[in-house]
Design a protein around this ligand. Structure first.
Ligand code: IMP
Length: 191
């Protein structure tokens, strides 16, 4: 089955591909296609619906998009919908991480979770799939794997950050893996 994944993020593509397996062929949107509608800030899952509708309307292809937020308990759910732009519009992962670490300085409660929502448009219908992984924010950056906030996120049941764990483990337990598995279960009926 061929389906478009509306994203510019190669890390996400690699992770989703690994979970999806051979039954699905992911077709990527070219950078320019998605960029046009992706620049304005908006609540994240609405942004996704917008992305996939854009693809459907302009390319006539069924499509899914995903968005991820980091939610930190002691910061009342921040960065949440502004996870990508937490430290400013440059979306710089190092500045984002440093801001989180500074805000959590001296805070005992370091509980956090990643939440991924996948929005799918298929045969004119729209569907949402959610995956969550709980964990804690490390005291400092650790590891070189993954991307984004991975160097400071320690998933429940592990001592290492996502950036220290192998991609196999991340793709088994992560927010994105969980949401993708729900998507696969759903799509199985269509292949
Ligand atoms: P978006 O889903 O592309 O909007 O990403 C939101 C923000 O979360 C960006 O700063 C990403 O780098 C970060 N992010 C998304 N997925 C992950 C992940 O799996 N690990 C760590 N950071 C992530």
């Amino acid at each position: 089955m061929k389906i478009v994944f509306a994203t510019n993020n190669p890390h996400k593509v690699a992770e989703v591909n690994e979970v999806l397996g051979d039954a699905f062929q992911i077709i990527l949107c070219k950078r320019l296609v998605v960029k046009k509608i992706f620049l304005k800030p908006s609540p994240h899952w609405k942004e996704m619906l917008c992305k996939k509708r854009y693809v459907k309307e302009n390319y006539g292809t069924d499509c899914f998009a995903e968005d991820t937020g980091l939610e930190i308990e002691a910061l009342n759910g921040e960065p949440g919908v502004i996870t990508a732009r937490y430290a400013g519009p440059s979306r710089d992962p190092y500045s984002n991480i440093n801001l989180v670490l500074n805000k959590l300085h001296n805070k005992e409660n370091r509980n956090a979770q990643f939440r991924t929502v996948i929005a799918l448009i298929l045969n004119g219908e729209e569907y949402l799939f959610e995956g969550i992984v709980k964990g804690t924010i490390a005291l400092e950056k650790r590891g070189t794997g993954g991307f984004g906030y991975d160097p400071i996120f320690v998933p429940e049941g592990y001592d290492q950050t996502f950036a220290e764990l192998s991609s196999e483990i991340k793709n088994e337990i992560s927010h994105r893996a969980r949401a993708t598995k729900l998507l696969i279960e759903f799509l199985k009926d269509f292949i």
